[in-house]
Design a protein around this ligand. Structure first.
Ligand SMILES: NC(=O)c1ccc[n+]([C@@H]2O[C@H](COP(=O)([O-])OP(=O)(O)OC[C@H]3O[C@@H](n4cnc5c(N)ncnc54)[C@H](OP(=O)(O)O)[C@@H]3O)[C@@H](O)[C@H]2O)c1
Length: 292
């Protein structure tokens, strides 16, 4: 099987497949990132097409819709190299519109498509405990289930192609607004003269207590923004949610505000840091004019 995209998430997912008995041929735009897979016995290909030639399955785990489009088409694109009936498991977070576009491109190439984005970050990816949100035909989901179970602990089939991607952007829309809300809560605490660490403990005790708070609040307090989930990808996911909402005539004012905060943080150089770095820019903005 081919695995395209050996970044932070993809490298860990591909390793699980290789260790659990699948013969993985990996490809990554920046070739050096394939080294861990090669050391685990996987093979590396020079192009998406080379990786996919003869494969029963192709997994993609790339940054955004443009990256996924880039590996499908053209002389090095994998769709033209697939044999009829190959299964394509699209795990990147690209939103439902791009997922349905990919399903259409796959259908034209006689490739069976499912969208299967994931819940869980670097540790679940390494431990093989991701949660898959899946869209596509039921028989295809059954066919790819052993692969998904080699990388994750749960597979939720949510409907036809695009519905896994739709559920994923709902999750990240909420995550993005909650994280920005937490950052603002810490900023306001500071301006009100409250101890931020003590407020994190109190917020954890009340109805606001949530796993994301335990994960992300310590990073905000210490300003350790070593990336697990890069801020630029959360900005991208909120943008995808807003685009689909706009297409449907829906308005998401809280998400728009959060999206602006992530865009400002990225523009200030926090894009490659963990998404918790939104706290740094909101803290800066809340300082007010000099002397205030
Ligand atoms: N990290 C998380 O916690 C997490 C959790 C759930 C879902 N996700 C989603 O999973 C996906 C991957 O995230 P990640 O954290 O693994 O990000 P990452 O480490 O930045 O990896 C991104 C991957 O996309 C590739 N890529 C980017 N632009 C490309 C292009 N134009 N052509 C070909 N390849 C391209 C990168 O190649 P290079 O190495 O050459 O740059 C890399 O392999 C994203 O959609 C993200 O939203 C992430």
């Amino acid at each position: 099987m081919a695995f395209l995209g050996l970044g932070a998430m993809g490298s860990r997912m591909a390793l699980n497949l290789q260790r659990k008995g699948f013969e993985v041929i990996g490809w990554n735009r920046t070739a050096g990132k394939g080294q861990p897979l090669a050391e685990a016995g996987g093979r590396l290909a020079g192009s998406p097409a080379e990786a996919a030639r003869g494969a029963d399955f192709v997994v993609t785990m790339l940054s955004d819709p443009a990256a996924v489009r880039g590996v499908t088409a053209g002389p090095e694109g994998f769709l033209g190299a697939c044999r009829s009936g190959t299964g394509w498991i699209e795990c990147s977070t690209i939103g439902p519109s791009a997922a349905r576009e990919m399903a259409e491109a796959a259908r034209a190439a006689k490739v069976a498509f499912i969208d299967a984005p994931v819940l869980g970050s670097l540790k679940p990816a390494a431990d093989g405990t991701l949660v898959f949100l899946v869209g596509g035909p039921a028989d295809e989901v059954t066919r790819v289930r052993p692969l998904l179970e080699a990388m994750g602990r749960t597979v939720h089939h949510l409907g036809p192609a695009g519905q896994g991607a739709a559920a994923k952007i709902v999750f990240n829309m909420l995550l993005g607004t909650m994280l920005a809300g937490l950052a603002e809560a810490l900023t306001l605490s500071e301006r009100l003269g409250l101890d931020r660490a003590r407020m994190v403990d109190l917020l954890g005790e009340g109805p606001t207590g949530a796993p994301f708070l335990r994960m992300k609040a310590p990073l905000m307090l210490t300003e350790d923004f070593t990336p697990a989930f890069q801020l630029k990808w959360l900005e991208k996911d909120l943008g995808l949610a807003l685009l689909d909402a706009y297409r449907l005539g829906a308005t998401l004012p809280a998400s728009e505000g959060a999206h602006t905060a992530y865009a400002a943080a990225r523009a200030s150089g926090h894009g490659d840091q963990d998404s918790a770095a939104v706290a740094a820019i909101l803290r800066e903005m809340a300082r007010g004019p000099a002397g205030a």
